[in-house]
Design a protein around this ligand. Structure first.
Ligand code: F6P
Length: 254
């Protein structure tokens, strides 16, 4: 607390919360992109926010990504019976970054249960529909995701995420040409919060988060400042957990 006051982080938290129209912003000191200790601290702060809102029989939907992997590791055992589900499936990423993986790690730490979404990547809307129609387990998980009490997710830079998902150079250029700077849940957003491209998948949509009780975004590092503004401007977000490096840069662009 002393460190936060010393760095003026409490004022910055309030300023960003009001400008980004969020319930709450939590800023940890330092730069989580440069410093492993700060990175773990970001994870701990997000895990702390999560624990404050966990109720009995809560369903938590989680995204993938390296930040969320750190959050999952930081989570502590909960007395509440919770189930963790991936927020969205099949975004075309490495196993350790997948939401399924984060969900299973977080569930183990919480002492809760998890459900997975096994969806191949790159399916058409039509194929997804057919799978959902024919696979009752998948339908049930999709339903749990839609009714999640808490969503906790990462935010990434549009270019980095498009490249990480092995999109062709032409596809990456096309997405960037639409003005995309940030990405969350497979949704690419412009700085103004307009959703300009969506990866086909099953699960939560960034523009349909009103039914989720609490939406927590976790992202740090000054390079993610634009992405943070883009995704929080798209709406539906309640809490942002970030670091000082990102927060100070965000302040210069809002
Ligand atoms: O791919 C899942 C995801 O949560 C993306 O939506 C987000 O942009 C990204 O991970 C963040 O990844 P990282 O924490 O590794 O920067």
């Amino acid at each position: 607390e002393y460190i936060r006051l010393m760095h003026g982080l409490t004022d910055l938290e309030e300023e960003l919360a009001s400008k980004l129209k969020l319930k709450r912003v939590v800023i940890i000191p330092g730069d989580s992109e440069e410093d492993q200790a700060a990175r773990r601290e970001l994870g701990r702060a997000a895990a702390g926010v999560l624990s404050q809102y966990l109720g009995n029989n809560s369903t938590i939907a989680v995204s993938g990504g390296s930040t969320m992997a750190v959050v999952a590791e930081a989570v502590q055992a909960s007395a509440a019976a919770v189930t963790v589900v991936p927020a969205r499936g099949g975004l075309g990423e490495e196993v350790e970054f997948q939401a399924n993986t984060v969900a299973s790690v977080m569930a183990a730490k919480l002492g809760g249960r998890y459900r997975m979404l096994h969806i191949p990547d790159g399916l058409s809307e039509k194929s997804l529909e057919i799978i959902l129609e024919n696979d009752s387990n998948m339908r049930m998980v999709a339903d749990m995701i839609r009714h999640a009490d808490i969503l906790i997710h990462g935010i990434g830079q549009a270019r980095e995420m498009a490249v990480r998902r092995n999109m062709s150079e032409a596809a990456v250029a096309e997405i960037l040409a639409t003005g995309a700077v940030g990405e969350a849940l497979g949704h690419y957003c412009s700085l103004q919060g307009e959703i300009v491209y969506v990866t086909n998948s099953v699960g939560l949509r960034l523009d349909e988060l009103e039914s989720i009780g609490l939406v927590v975004a976790v992202a740090g590092g000054s390079d993610k400042a634009q992405a943070i503004v883009a995704v929080t401007s798209a709406g539906g977000q309640s809490v942002l957990v970030t670091d000082e490096a990102a927060a100070r840069r965000v302040r210069t662009i809002i």
